[in-house]
Write a protein that binds this ligand. Structure first.
Ligand SMILES: Nc1ncnc2c1ncn2[C@@H]1O[C@H](COP(=O)(O)OP(=O)(O)OC[C@H]2O[C@@H]([n+]3cccc(C(=O)O)c3)[C@H](O)[C@@H]2O)[C@@H](O)[C@H]1O
Ligand SMILES: Nc1ncnc2c1ncn2[C@@H]1O[C@H](COP(=O)(O)OP(=O)(O)OP(=O)(O)O)[C@@H](O)[C@H]1O
Ligand SMILES: NC(=O)CC[C@H](N)C(=O)O
Length: 549
């Protein structure tokens, strides 16, 4: 029986590291050659890393990437074909391409449907190409829709009509909650429409705010799932196809299990932080550990990403810091095995008060004095970052980031924020999930790493006597439901009120959301977990008088 062996490399490129990415491609090709493969495939724009954004508009970068493709074609001339994503330039126009290297020659398939929603802006940087025809590789005519190409019916249909026998889809598809189901639904449609087997190969790894989650798979005609690769981890597998009377069919193999929603979110936060640090050159991080739930969760994520020895926690008490906060911060650091230091801010706070006393004479203490505490913590933590080379993590969850319940140049200081797209109600869920579960990809210890009291006590910023978040904000389940309406679903105030919410509260939250755009504009990047993460998915004006009346 005629047979075709395809090696799939679900790997983690580093953006801009052309030599490193070429070496990864070469290693995958060698693994495929050793296994007797006809072809070895990597993902969309693998040679450059993804997404390149405007870096790809620099001709020297494109030329350097193309030189690596040509070198790979020469080096891999005898043995399996190598399929690798990268840029292409034709008649002065720039394309998103998938290069097929065989016998020293390069055949380039060009992307037709350029994604331009959510985090994507490809129409800005690439030219949309006419649909490329199938490419002959060994015994197979391979059709290659590139990522977004497979989200629409036209490319796969044309490929089937022009003789493609197997569809291979190289992807750079970033994670959001529930995305696997979206991809699976679309790819099943392509398989049903064309009657062809389909291979979906996605990249893995963190790139700034986005996490590419792998979870590659293979479908046979009819939509049967015959192979799947793990989510969030690099993997390499060989898929065997046999040619029968009805065409090519992939041989079923053991399926990787994909994690539940809570696990996937947690793993996305861990991987994005780990790759952000690795790819920007940080081996260590530090954070202010308050005894509250947000910084406890960030400490756990950091310990799982980098190992507890690479995480430095600092408690910075003021006169409003409670005994239970001191105890809880210390319990979290002990359970995680991280270093904890204590640096009191009472002295610096008095010094700032004295310095400003002549100018503040006759005014009442208020938000200004509260924010000074947060800013002093920011100053001290950044001093530790400068001195030790550890990057500061900031801890504001999506609920706080949405309404501006955070101090700019204070607790917003920091280089990365794993919680940026996680609503507060989900922060509690994530802590409970981590306490109950341990996986081999976690570098932190197993067991209860966030003591129940940290999760159960009422959230407080402790910037004044007996302060509680609920003095300023609605209870988090209500706040988050209103925010989901405003942010995720772009609902009107009336529609949210019709869901049973108080009108004055919805209007207040809408106002807070709009007036804190400037804070988010100046905020650290953080892990994208939803379809509407603040930054690239949701781009709102800062100066904005619109209110939904
Ligand atoms: N559109 C705009 N463009 C540029 N700047 C703008 C601006 N609007 C205000 N500003 C400036 O921003 C300043 C106000 O912002 P900011 O200084 O941050 O202060 P603000 O937002 O007034 O207060 C911070 C709030 O966050 C709470 N907080 C702080 C720390 C931690 C937590 C927590 O639990 O996580 C909560 C705190 O209790 C307080 O309610 C103003 O002084 C103004 O100059
Ligand atoms: N006493 C403190 N010691 C160290 N860091 C602190 C302290 N208070 C606040 N921070 C830092 O500032 C961030 C914002 O904290 P704050 O306690 O004001 O609100 P929060 O959003 O409830 O966070 P958390 O749940 O971590 O307390 C904290 O996550 C922490 O990183
Ligand atoms: N790189 C792409 O073309 C990605 C497009 C597609 N919408 C996705 O998110 O998977």
């Amino acid at each position: 029986m005629t047979h075709f062996r395809l090696t799939l490399a679900q790997d983690n490129p580093v953006l801009g590291d052309l030599d490193g990415n070429a070496a990864k491609a070469r290693a995958a090709w060698e693994a495929g050659r050793a296994a007797g493969a006809h072809m070895v495939c990597l993902t969309e724009m693998f040679i450059t890393g993804y997404q390149t954004q405007d870096l790809i508009l620099k001709p020297a970068f494109v030329a350097a990437a193309l030189a690596r493709i040509e070198a790979l074609a020469r080096d891999c001339a005898s043995g399996p074909a190598l399929g690798i994503g990268g840029p292409a330039v034709k008649e002065g126009k720039l394309y998103n391409a998938f290069h097929i290297l065989q016998g020293g020659a390069v055949t380039s398939v060009l992307k037709h449907e350029l994604p331009n929603t959510g985090v994507f802006d490809e129409k800005r940087i690439f030219t949309p190409a006419d649909i490329s025809g199938p490419v002959v590789v060994g015994p197979v005519r391979l059709g290659v829709p590139i990522c977004e190409d497979a989200w629409h019916a036209d490319v796969a249909e044309t490929l089937a009509e022009t003789g493609a026998e197997i569809l291979f889809v190289p992807n750079g598809s970033p994670y959001h909650r529930g995305k696997i189901d979206v991809r699976m639904g679309l790819m099943v449609s392509r398989v049903v429409e064309t009657g062809l087997p389909l291979v979906y190969l996605n990249m893995v790894g963190g790139q700034d705010d986005q996490v590419f989650d792998g979870a590659s798979f293979v479908l046979n005609p009819g939509g049967e799932l015959v192979a799947s690769l793990p989510q969030f981890q690099p993997a390499l597998t060989h898929v065997d196809f046999d040619l029968g009377a009805e065409g090519w069919r992939a041989r079923p193999q053991a399926l990787a299990l994909w994690p539940s929603e809570h696990e996937a979110d947690y793993q996305a936060m861990v991987l994005s932080l780990k790759d952000y640090c690795r790819k920007t050159g940080f081996a260590k991080v530090l954070l202010g550990l308050s005894g509250g739930v947000d910084s406890a969760l960030v400490a756990a994520i950091a310990a799982d990403a980098l190992g507890p020895e690479a995480v430095h926690c600092v408690m910075l008490p003021s006169r409003f810091t409670s005994q239970h906060s001191l105890e809880d911060a210390s319990a979290v650091a002990r359970a995680l095995g991280t270093r904890l230091d204590t640096v009191a801010i009472t002295g610096p706070q008095e010094a700032v008060g004295e310095a400003l006393a002549p100018l503040f004479a006759g005014t009442e203490p208020g938000i200004t004095e509260e924010n000074i505490q947060s800013r002093l913590r920011g100053v001290l933590l950044m001093a530790l970052s400068n001195k030790t080379g550890a990057m500061l993590l900031t801890t504001g969850n999506k609920s706080e980031m949405a309404v501006g319940y955070c101090t700019i140049y204070g607790d917003m200081n920091g280089g990365y924020n794993p919680l940026k797209d996680l609503y507060k109600t989900r922060v509690f869920d994530a802590c409970r999930w981590r306490n109950q579960n341990h996986r081999d990809w976690m570098a932190g210890p197993a067991g209860v790493v966030i003591p129940p009291r940290v999760i159960e006590k009422p959230p407080s910023a402790e910037l004044r006597e007996n302060q509680k978040d609920e003095d300023s904000l609605p209870p988090y389940p209500i706040l988050d439901a209103i925010l989901e309406g405003l942010v995720e679903n772009e609902l009107s105030v009336a529609e949210i009120v019709a869901q049973g919410h108080d009108e004055a509260t919805v209007k207040r939250i809408e106002h807070l959301l709009y007036i804190s755009e400037y804070k988010r504009f100046q905020s650290a990047p953080g892990t994208k977990l939803t379809k509407k993460a603040f930054w690239a998915d949701r781009r709102y004006p800062i100066a904005n008088r619109w209110r939904d009346r």
